[in-house]
Write a protein that binds this ligand. Structure first.
Ligand SMILES: [Zn+2]
Length: 318
């Protein structure tokens, strides 16, 4: 898959491929109202030129952006927030009340991520985390609304993937910006049966009950579209997609519970999740080989296993 130019996928909604890791992996969205625009999700600091190009290609300058929104503070969503804010003189950064302080002072985020990836890989993926002045940060709790001019964006608390996660409803296009709460759906796995969905259970706050409830709350709003960070727009038959995702989450939980205790647990769980993935893709008649599927979901299987293990350990200690 090649890196595509930014394009309008619904009226006033532009999809920008941030180029994070590979094309078609991490999206940023531009939403345009009468009085300005919002950028939702920032990719990493390396994604900033792509987002500025996407704005320019749709007739928007840096001063037209009133809000930058990050659904949660994981770095594939918020790593570029500080660098992007430096380029957008008028913008406020809208963040979850549990995540906002980490964008004002990103030292803890950087340290946590470096512990996982190592410093070299961290620099390669994220460049520098730029702090955002506190006076430019707005915390958005449940029910918070920003209006871009006849275009309200409504925020809803959305725990499950992380406790510092919200989702955003664009009432104009009847679509949710889902961050990581509506799973992963790579376009390479689309088939005649529609999009394929797989959960993301990244460490360290995965909570399956909360995630199921968050998905149900989004569906209750009768959305017509879902804007996924990973990756792109799903349109139509959203309840069917949600049912698929609920089942996949249950499959993850069952495999986590069945994983053997002890030093082989991690490898067993990665293998079990890989089997779940391959079996489901086959049932979905997705046009990818086993090798292609495992390459597409390589990092996801690893992170999902890690996140499930953190959850299992927390259950055991509760
Ligand atoms: Zn993500």
């Amino acid at each position: 898959m090649a890196l595509q130019p930014a394009r309008e996928v619904a009226p006033g909604v532009v999809l920008v491929d941030t180029g994070y890791i590979r094309p078609g992996l991490a999206a940023s969205w531009i939403v345009r109202g009468r009085d300005g625009a919002a950028v939702i999700e920032t990719g990493s600091a390396r994604s900033v030129p792509r987002i500025l190009e996407g704005l320019a290609a749709h007739g928007l300058g840096p001063e037209d952006v009133s809000h930058v929104v990050v659904t949660h503070v994981h770095l594939d969503h918020a790593g570029g927030a500080g660098a992007l804010m430096r380029e957008l003189p008028r913008a406020k950064l809208v963040a979850h009340p549990r995540g906002a302080r980490h964008l004002v002072d990103p030292a803890k985020l950087a340290a946590g991520t470096m512990a996982v990836y190592g410093e070299e890989r961290f620099r390669e993926l994220y460049g520098e985390l730029v702090p955002i002045p506190a006076e430019r940060v707005v915390e958005a709790g449940d029910g918070f609304v920003i209006d871009l001019g006849a275009r309200p964006l409504r925020f809803q608390d959305a725990p499950g993937h992380a406790r510092h996660h919200f989702v955003v409803l664009d009432e104009t296009s009847r679509g949710w910006f889902t961050g990581d709460t509506f799973g992963l759906s790579y376009r390479e796995t689309d088939s005649a049966k529609g999009p394929f969905l797989f959960p993301t259970t990244t460490p360290v706050q995965f909570d399956p009950d909360a995630l199921h409830a968050t998905i149900d709350r989004m569906i209750a709003a009768r959305p017509e579209r879902m804007y996924l960070t990973h990756f792109g727009m799903l349109e139509g038959r959203i309840p069917e997609a949600a049912a698929q995702l609920h089942a996949q989450i249950d499959g993850h939980v069952a495999r986590a519970r069945a994983a053997p205790e002890g030093p082989t647990r991690h490898a067993s769980l990665v293998a079990a999740l890989g089997e779940q993935l391959l079996t489901s893709l086959e049932e979905h008649e997705a046009p990818v080989t086993r090798e292609q599927a495992l390459a597409l979901f390589d990092t996801d299987l690893e992170l999902n296993a890690q996140g499930l293990e953190v959850w299992l350990d927390a259950q055991a200690n509760a």
